[in-house]
Ligand binder design. Structure first.
Ligand SMILES: [Zn+2]
Length: 289
């Protein structure tokens, strides 16, 4: 069942868990995540990067999501991840996706606030929620972002920006980074608490792959209610394909459906693990009733 991203994430905040948002790259990964959500009874947000939206196309991606979730009992939403490109935001809003992350973290504060306000106006008119990012979360993801901190603000400035723009969710710097970690990150759960005290706006955690269960739980306890998982899905996809194909070559057996099953199984396992850690398993209203 399709539901608004904001409604799902607010439910999660009120009940002390977080909704996982998985980046999918094709119909195989999309169906694997949706099947896992059904199995776990968890609400789930399906995300596409700008790169994926461009490679598959907004129209086909919308149809794939609708087809894959048509008979779902659990709450589902379709979200566009980091997008600094206003023309793509317009296309996704016109296609009535659930939400978009307008990534204005490469702009100065004044311009970021002005452009985010315009995006919120456009999106809300179509019933689409907006996640706002004005501080850059380090690491490059699918070609978007920077490896160094370009813009960083106080929680008061972030709260002011939310009030001015009317954005529905915020993705602040929380010490995490996109991609794989090469050292332990210094997490900033206090920023989540401070922000939540200043403004009633759900907080999103990016760069989730590589955090420990305890780290996830401490950030959820601090008030994070949407957590993005991208790198873990990509690794599951590529690792399982790599190992499967190595065996296929050794055995000289070439059966694509077996390869698909192997990849889907690994992605499903990644999703199930995160539903468990984030406390979202069994939480979808459609499942409880
Ligand atoms: Zn991100």
């Amino acid at each position: 069942m399709r539901r608004s991203t904001l409604a799902m994430v607010r439910d999660a905040h009120d009940n002390g868990y977080a909704v996982p948002a998985f980046n999918v790259v094709d119909d195989l990964s999309l169906r694997a995540v949706v099947d896992a959500a059904e199995e776990a009874g968890s609400p789930v947000i399906i995300q596409a990067s700008l790169k994926t939206a461009r490679s598959i196309g907004v129209e086909l991606l919308t149809e794939m999501f609708d087809a894959a979730t048509a008979r779902c009992r659990v709450d589902t939403a379709l979200h566009l991840d980091h997008c600094p490109d206003l023309s793509m935001i317009e296309r996704v809003v016109a296609a009535r996706w659930s939400s978009v992350l307008f990534d204005a973290s490469d702009r100065d504060l004044g311009q970021a606030v002005a452009e985010t306000s315009a995006v919120v106006g456009l999106a809300h008119a179509a019933g689409v929620d907006v996640e706002s990012e004005i501080e850059n979360i380090v690491g490059v993801e699918d070609g978007v972002g920077s490896d160094v901190i370009v813009h960083s603000y106080s929680v008061e400035q972030l709260a002011d920006a939310i009030r001015t723009t009317g954005a529905d969710l915020i993705a602040p710097q929380l010490g995490t980074a996109h991609g794989a970690y090469h050292g332990r990150p210094t997490l900033l759960p206090h920023r989540v608490r401070e922000l939540r005290e200043l403004v009633d706006c759900p907080v999103v955690l990016h760069g989730g792959t590589g955090l420990t269960e305890a780290e996830f739980r401490s950030l959820i306890a601090a008030g994070v209610s949407k957590i993005n998982i991208s790198t873990a899905v990509k690794h599951a996809y590529m690792d399982s394909a790599y190992h499967f194909l190595k065996k296929a070559r050794a055995k000289d057996e070439w059966d694509p459906p077996s390869l698909f099953r192997s990849i889907a199984g690994e992605i499903r396992a990644v999703a199930l693990r995160h539903f468990d850690i984030f406390g979202s398993a069994g939480r979808s209203p459609g499942v409880q009733s």
